[in-house]
Design a binder for this molecule. Structure first.
Ligand SMILES: C[S@@+](CC[C@H](N)C(=O)[O-])C[C@H]1O[C@@H](n2cnc3c(N)ncnc32)[C@H](O)[C@@H]1O
Length: 217
């Protein structure tokens, strides 16, 4: 078991899915207070606001990928009524998420492998904080597209520092025949009250739809 103090530096230096399980097991109880509040972590709300701006009622249910303690689901619920499921490798983080009352269900799963959920059931896919240093790479999008219904809306935050280097840009290029209406927005990860060394950290928010015609349209 990890003896690392759970913080942003430890999170950014993770290597394997097992490292994530260990770190987030120890972080679940304090993540919202010691990290999100302390760092003025505005990213989940920013990604939820982008989703709410581009989504229609058909873009549900929504899968929150790397849902953690449920900050994205809570922010999305504040923007409207959505059926939201959370997926994360950490059962402890998801237990905190369920306590927020914003999620219909949660699934413990590893985004770096096959996910034991049926094809085509999600009308929306959302994520913040999961595609970053030491976490999940672009290979996850093959499974996420499988889980999504035709025309599903994806709003996916990716740390700008890994976007090119870890192959996200190339992956979206390779998926060109499977995704449409692709664009990339920029959002700050932390607000004014954060620590000086992270005040300019940027996320790129990839917004696109799965190609294909939605049932009933
Ligand atoms: C920085 S937290 C972000 C949580 C939440 N979305 C937020 O913005 O507060 C990253 C999350 O990714 C999850 N994670 C890391 N590796 C994963 C993997 N291989 N599969 C699924 N989830 C993973 C962690 O357990 C953690 O909850």
């Amino acid at each position: 078991m990890s003896t690392k103090k759970p913080d942003l530096d430890a999170a950014y230096s993770l290597d394997t899915p097992e490292d994530s399980i260990d770190l987030y097991r120890n972080w679940a109880a304090t993540y919202d207070t010691d990290f999100a509040v302390e760092m003025d972590y505005v990213y989940p709300a920013a990604v939820a606001a982008v989703f709410a701006e581009y989504a229609g009622v058909q873009d549900a249910p929504v899968l929150d990928v790397g849902a953690g303690t449920g900050l994205v689901g809570a922010a999305l619920s504040a923007n409207g009524q959505w059926q939201i499921d959370g997926l994360d490798i950490s059962a402890e983080m998801l237990a905190v998420a369920m306590g927020k009352g914003a999620y219909r269900a949660v699934h413990v799963a590893d985004l770096t492998g096959a996910i034991d959920l049926p094809d085509g059931q999600y009308g929306g896919v959302i994520s913040a904080g999961t595609f970053t240093h030491g976490h999940v790479g672009p290979q996850a999008f093959d499974e996420l597209l499988r889980l999504a219904a035709p025309n599903a809306l994806f709003v996916i935050g990716i740390n700008a520092a890994v976007y090119k280097d870890q192959g996200f840009e190339a992956k979206f290029r390779d998926l060109a025949d499977q995704i449409v209406d692709f664009m990339v927005l920029e959002r700050l990860i932390y607000g004014d009250k954060t620590k000086p060394d992270h005040k300019d950290d940027i996320a790129l928010v990839a917004v696109f739809r799965k190609a294909g015609v939605a049932a009933g349209s």
